[in-house]
Design a protein around this ligand. Structure first.
Ligand code: HXC
Length: 510
């Protein structure tokens, strides 16, 4: 008996060594942790239970039968993050470069199936060289099986990917179908085809970093939702994100103890909006003063900064925030901002996370670049996302809400539940200057007349009261009471019951 127990320990120890000490050392030398070290940091201490530690590949081509390593390049299992169950898989670069074989894929599929069946989030840690070249089509089949499961789990359980090394070829599409992708700066990169293929096909010379590093994907392509300086920071931040998310689309949003009363008012908000309507201010200040204890997890912080999206809590419960940012491009809606916010709103709606929207938007960005780039369809994505969302929707217009952008930004007409405005709000078809130049074109050469028309337009339309008179704004509220009013609204909406008509699925303008 003792020998059998000993053998288990020996086999476990061998499996834990993955590709061996030399490869582990090489991994560390590059500033990367091993798959198991990453899982240890990510999960609560001692909570990890591993599956399939002894699985080996079955390939016999290219002499592969002589090199088998227990685990086959991926560590899988489940554990907890602050006490809540999550499933994980972590590619082990020390074993065949983390490449995906048929059996490696089967291990991932097993945790995907378990996560879906048990309704818990799944987190994948990537550090791999793509399809196991020696296995050919078996690896391709394995990828497609993983992709299929990503799609079925989408909108049912949160799926998160963390890119912590190479992620190329077949490895990129599974993360692309998950809800969030995070990268580690300098050590990770993602692309469909690498620099060598790029050189051959397009004759461009690029490094891996230039082609698919964290900076590219967080600022240009928007593939990644955030980047961190090292493995530890990335894993700890993803733990923070997991704390905000429900376990599944049928679980309630997590609730933690709230240490900041919502009864307190914040007088500083009364002067947040500058007297000059063309002067910017930082909408993040309002977000940070609205959420519990200033704790805000921003998504895509470095992309389309003219809109801010992220998670916070009010009275301990998770809330998604969408806010125009007057500091960047005056908070205008363009294609990138519309796509970014649309995806975020849809995530919140999938998982019953209420959406709070702060509006200060001068309209959609004009120009050929935007129109040629499909602004109509991209803007429609955000309109569609807000309109189809059935979660509690609380909207606050702080300053400008002009034109189509007024409609799009979770207006009353798109089933906003509580639509508030600050006294500084200006809800109109357009700004005074543009409006006057159109409707009083005949007076354009007379500055005095134009000034009088402008004053008249501003007095009549650039206030929240015309909209409030029509019931488009439920109430004009004092800035200092914003947190309290939003908290009260969300409390009321906890029992909101709204369903869209049955359909197989919608046809969002992709
Ligand atoms: C088998 C692989 C492998 C792979 C790496 N290795 N990639 N083994 N299949 N795809 C092995 C290497 O042979 C090596 O083994 C070990 O992993 C470490 O690799 P190195 O090359 O020494 O590491 P490094 O210099 O850091 O380079 C990492 C790398 C490079 C950039 C990822 O290994 C690489 O380019 N790999 C191939 C990438 C690729 O073309 N993959 C196929 C994509 S096609 P030893 O024993 O020497 O340590 C694809 C199609 C699927 O994925 C599409 C489905 C939709």
């Amino acid at each position: 008996m003792k020998e059998i127990l000993h053998e288990l320990e020996v086999r476990r120890e061998r499996a834990r060594m993955g590709g061996g000490q030399a490869r582990i050392d090489a991994q560390h030398k590059r500033g990367k942790l091993t798959a198991r070290e990453r899982i240890d940091i990510f999960l609560d201490e001692g909570s990890f239970e591993e599956f399939d530690m002894f699985v080996e590949h079955r390939s016999t081509d290219f002499g592969m039968e002589k090199s088998k390593i227990a685990g086959d390049g991926v560590v899988t299992g489940w554990g907890t993050v602050n006490g809540r169950t999550v499933f994980v898989f972590a590619k082990d670069f020390t074993v065949f470069g983390g490449s995906l074989s048929e059996t490696h894929a089967q291990k991932i599929m097993k945790v995907q199936d378990m996560a879906l069946k048990n309704r818990a989030p799944i987190i994948g840690l990537y550090d791999a060289g793509g399809a196991r070249i020696q296995e050919g089509v078996a690896a391709l089949g394995g990828y497609a099986e993983v992709f299929q499961r990503n799609v079925l789990a989408s909108g049912v359980i949160p799926q998160i990917s963390v890119i912590m090394g190479p992620c190329a070829g077949g490895d990129v599409y599974s993360p692309a179908m998950t809800d969030f992708i995070f990268m580690v700066r300098d050590t990770s990169y993602m692309f469909v085809t690498g620099p060598d293929v790029v050189k051959t096909v397009t004759n461009e010379t690029v490094t891996s970093e230039e082609l698919g590093g964290a900076s590219v994907h967080t600022t240009k392509s928007s593939i990644a939702d955030g980047a961190y300086d090292n493995d530890v920071d990335a894993l700890l931040q993803v733990r923070r994100l997991v704390d905000f998310l429900p376990q599944s689309n049928t679980s309630p949003v997590p609730e933690i103890e709230c240490f900041q009363s919502v009864e307190e008012t914040d007088g500083s908000l009364d002067t947040l909006v500058p007297a000059n309507a063309n002067k910017p201010y930082d909408i993040k200040e309002l977000i940070l003063k609205t959420v519990d204890e200033g704790d805000f997890f921003e998504i895509q912080e470095s992309f389309a900064k003219n809109i801010v999206c992220g998670f916070g809590r009010i009275e301990g419960s998770t809330v998604g925030f969408v806010a125009n940012q007057p500091m960047v491009l005056a908070g205008v809606l363009d294609s990138d901002a519309s796509r970014k916010a649309a995806r975020f709103v849809r995530f919140c709606d999938c998982f019953s996370i209420p959406v709070v929207t702060f509006v200060d938007v001068p309209g959609f960005l004009p120009g050929t670049a935007q129109e040629y780039g499909g602004l109509i369809k991209h803007g429609a994505k955000l309109l569609f996302a807000f309109a189809e969302a059935t979660v509690p929707k609380v909207t606050l217009i702080t300053r400008k809400a002009y034109g189509g952008a007024y409609d799009v930004m979770a207006s009353k007409h798109l089933r906003g539940d509580f639509n508030y405005a600050w006294p500084t709000a200006q809800i109109a078809v357009m700004g005074a200057k543009g409006a006057v130049e159109i409707i009083f074109r005949k007076d354009i050469a007379d500055p005095e007349k134009i000034a009088a028309h402008t004053k008249m337009y501003e007095d009549r339309f650039l206030s929240p009261f015309v909209a409030a008179e029509r019931g488009y704004i439920d109430e004009v509220i004092m800035p200092h009471s914003t947190r309290k009013r939003i908290a009260r609204a969300l409390r009321l909406l906890r029992n909101k019951d709204l369903e869209n008509p049955w359909k197989k699925h919608d046809n969002i303008p992709l």
